[in-house]
Each structure stands twice: as structure tokens, then as C-alpha cells.
Write a protein that binds this ligand. Structure first.
Ligand SMILES: Cc1ncc(COP(=O)(O)O)c(C=O)c1O
Length: 446
């Protein structure tokens, strides 16, 4: 079956459109987003797809299947001669034009040759692992990853696929190097900014160590879209839970795999492709919705980050145990500074370590039910602030000893800072709850 071609292989050039006499000169606008180092610049330079009737937005290709004019065309599509790079589509579990358009935006943002979007972040992660690692293969992964990913690597993949994982502290490069077994380890997996501890991975150094042993580096960049570009720092593959900041609406579950065109094409292979054969397909209507949100992702990220930094700084001044990579006392603050794209900030999440689950619950209860500061809910990247106690929620898949090794305190409150309302309005709600908390004799302070 035909491949997608990376940015160089556009379906038609701008001048072709001008010349074809069919009045569709505006159908596409082309450029080379991969050349840009800033994700917003790359997005603005990505091909813009207009609607069928000249609409400023592309039309939604809400079709499961696609027709051909000649029976011979079908055979040529199945042999791979004709493909989405030339606007030939077969069936939407394979490539769909609207999903492909969103995927192009994802690739532009991450600076990868290609990308494809999926039904969830977990399906992006599991599909990429299954594509890159065969039965008997080995993975080295950070012990500080999202609970679902941890469960996939520590329970599901060993049982279902005989794929084993060694969990390491990715801050310890020697430990990583020792765990990577040349010839056997296929993937080094970590999160750019870890869920929920906000530990920052040294992407260039980890890539250097892995590449020396021929290992593919897969980075989950869910916590830092726009802020960090792992592929521009050396990573081979970037995965996303689009569900979070990229969507921003807390209404859609979605994911993406961004990487070389050869990987994306292999994932669509009729015989061996994890996306084609497992089928975690994104719906075209969902892809359209998400395409409309990406243009303001940069602005949203800046405001998430600005408020998170302001709140973290003020919380620290009040004496609370706050974890935020934008603070100078964060152990990887300088490292993060050396990796981030200019002007976005240090991330939209902060953690307050309340030490016990009881204190954490007290705080969240007050912030939601008396202070209207935010919602007790898992997930992140929403315009409202979302708060959860990670140890009893999104990291509860980890055993107590794994939790301790990952640095997750039982009272760790993870906050995804929203941008609704004014900053001072939201700060006063937070401050009031904290004052009350201190009156109750719940220190939560250093
Ligand atoms: C860092 C990270 N990666 C992946 C996922 C899974 O994404 P999804 O819920 O879209 O499947 C999550 C979910 O919380 C996450 O936090």
C-alpha cells in the first residue's frame, strides 16, 4: 500500500494549482516547516489546506472509504504505486485526508519528517512500542512516567508480547548506559517533563547514550508541547497525548506519533503496521476540531506557563513545598533553560507537596468547593485549573516502592494551571484556601 511522503513530497505544488485551470489555486499553500526551529514559525509555514469551495478551513473528509474512477486505480493503490502523497486514499483506518492534515501540523510543530494521529495518547504509545520492539525485545524506560505507560511497560507488554522493560532513573546517565543492551534494547523511553514529578530529562545526553548503542529514542512530550521540541534535540520519535494541552478543551481523547516518514509508513503497512492492523484510528471530524485548535496552542501555552510560574513563585514565597521547573531551586532548572524554545515558559503544571494524602485532599476540597479555584480532576492542559493527588490517582498503578523511587510523595498535588479569569482573581482564591489551611494547623510548609 502506498506510503505517505514527508514534507518534500506534497500532493501538488502551488504552481501546479495555479496552472491546472480548475480554479483550485487556493487548495494548498506550501512551504518547508521542517526548516524552522521555532514550533510556532513551523506551524505557520505548514501547508494550509483550504476547503473544497475555497473555505478558509479545510473540508472534513468524513468518509470511511474512497471511490476510484477506474478499477485499475484500486490495484495501483494496493500495490503502493498511488498513495496519499498524490491524493489517493483507500480507507480511513489507513490514511484519511483530514487526519493527515492534522498529522502534518503535528509533524511541523515537532520538527519531524512525518506524523500520524491516533485515537488516544495510549494508542500512540502502545502502537509505536509494538512497531519498534518485537517479541523478546527489551526496552529501557524512565521510572518516572505516566501510570498508564508504566503499567503498559511493566505488566501488559511482558504478558502479551514478551517485551520486557528495565526501569531506570534517567537523571543517572551511567545507570541508563548500563541498562541499554546493545542488540537487544530497541527503545529508550522517557517523558520530556515527567508526569507527575516534573523531573526534566536531559534529552540531548540521553539521545547520545542511546544512539551509541543503536537504540531508538521515544519521548513523550505531552507535558511540554511548543516548550520543548525533543526531535530537534535528537529524539527519533515524539509521542503525544493530544487530549491534554494540544486539545485544550478536555473534551477529546487523542494522540499522535511524530517521527521519520519510514516509521509512520511502516505503522500503516498492510502486513506489519501497528496502526493499520490494531486500528486505533482518529475520526476525521475529531481531526478537524483539533486542527482548529493548534493555531492558538502557542498563545495558550504562554499563558499556562506565565500563570504557573507566577503561582509557583508566590507559593514558594509563602513557604510551601512547591515543585516547578521554572523555579531556580528546581534540580533541572538550568537544564530545562538550555533545552526550551524561546518565550514559551517552563510548563503549565506545578506540584505542591502536602506530604500526606489527608492534607492534599483537604487542600483540593477547599480549592474546588469553597474557593472556586479549579476542579478536582485528572488530566491537564484545560483552561480551568485541574488538580489531583497523583499517588492515589494517575500514578496509582505504581507499587509503593516504585512510587517512592519515582519521587511521588503521598501528598503530592499536581496542578495543571488554567488561564480562565484573571491571574489575580485566581491567585486570591488560591491564597485564601492556603491561609485557611495554615489556620487549621496543616502546615504543608518547609
Ligand atoms: C504523559 C502522558 N502520556 C500519555 C498519556 C495517555 O494519554 P491518553 O489519555 O490520551 O490516552 C497521559 C494521560 O494522562 C499522560 O499524562
Amino acid at each position: 500500500m502506498a506510503d505517505i511522503v514527508a514534507f518534500s513530497g506534497k500532493k501538488r505544488s502551488h504552481s501546479d494549482d495555479m496552472d491546472n485551470g480548475n480554479g483550485d489555486a487556493k487548495k494548498t499553500m506550501l512551504s518547508n516547516p521542517i526548516l524552522h526551529s521555532d514550533p510556532a514559525a513551523a506551524l505557520a509555514s505548514a501547508r494550509h489546506e483550504f476547503g473544497e469551495h475555497g473555505g478558509v478551513n479545510m473540508s472534513i473528509e468524513a468518509s470511511a472509504t474512497f471511490t476510484v474512477m477506474e478499477p485499475e486505480t484500486m490495484r495501483r493503490m494496493f500495490t503502493g504505486e498511488l498513495g496519499p502523497d498524490r491524493d489517493f486514499f483507500i480507507y480511513s483506518r489507513h490514511f484519511n485526508p483530514t487526519v493527515l492534515n492534522l498529522s502534518r501540523l503535528m509533524a511541523a510543530m515537532e520538527g519531524t519528517e512525518a506524523a500520524y494521529c491516533t485515537a488516544s495518547g495510549m494508542s500512540a504509545i502502545s502502537a509505536v512500542m509494538l512497531q519498534l520492539v518485537s517479541s523478546g525485545g527489551h526496552v529501557v524506560a524512565s521510572r518516572r512516567v505516566y501510570g498508564g505507560t508504566h503499567a503498559l511497560l511493566s505488566h501488559f507488554l511482558p504478558r502479551a508480547c514478551n517485551i520486557t522493560t528495565t526501569f531506570v532513573d534517567v537523571m543517572d546517565l551511567e545507570m541508563v548506559e548500563e541498562a541499554l543492551v546493545e542488540g537487544k534494547t530497541k527503545v529508550l523511553y522517557f517523558e520530556s517533563i515527567a508526569n507527575p514529578t516534573l523531573a526534566v530529562a536531559n534529552i540531548p545526553e540521553l539521545c547520545r547514550v542511546a544512539h551509541k548503542k543503536g537504540v531508538t529514542v521515544v519521548v513523550d512530550n505531552t507535558f511540554a508541547p511548543m516548550i520543548i521540541s525533543p526531535a530537534r534535540l535528537g529524539a527519533d520519535v515524539v509521542v503525544h497525548s493530544i487530549t491534554k494541552f494540544i486539545s485544550g478543551g478536555a473534551d477529546i481523547i487523542a494522540g499522535a506519533v511524530c517521527g521519520p516518514a519510514s516509521l509512520v509508513n511502516s505503522m500503516m503497512d498492510l502486513h506489519q503496521g501497528a496502526l493499520m492492523l490494531l486500528g486505533p484510528t482518529m475520526n476525521a471530524k475529531v481531526a478537524f476540531e483539533l486542527s482548529e485548535r493548534i493555531p492558538h496552542l502557542a498563545i495558550r501555552m504562554k499563558e499556562h506557563c506565565h500563570r504557573a510560574l507566577t503561582f509557583a513563585t508566590r507559593l514558594k514565597a509563602l513557604g510551601f513545598k512547591v515543585i516547578y521547573p521554572g523555579l531556580e531551586d528546581h534540580p533541572q532548572h538550568e537544564l530545562l533553560k538550555s533545552m526550551i524554545n524561546k518565550d514559551y515558559g517552563f510548563g503549565g503544571l506545578l506540584c505542591i507537596d502536602m506530604e500526606t494524602e489527608e492534607r492534599a485532599n483537604w487542600l483540593m476540597n477547599h480549592l474546588q468547593n469553597y474557593g472556586q479555584f479549579g476542579f478536582m480532576a485528572v488530566s491537564l492542559g484545560y483552561y480551568e485549573t485541574l488538580m489531583s493527588c497523583s499517588g492515589s490517582s494517575t500514578s496509582s498503578e505504581l507499587k509503593p516502592e516504585e512510587m517512592a523511587l519515582a519521587g511521588i510523595s503521598p501528598g503530592l498535588v499536581r496542578m495543571s494551571i488554567g488561564y480562565i479569569g484573571t491571574l489575580e482573581q485566581k491567585w486570591s482564591q488560591l491564597e485564601k484556601a492556603l491561609t485557611k489551611l495554615q489556620e487549621h494547623g496543616f502546615p504543608g510548609k518547609n
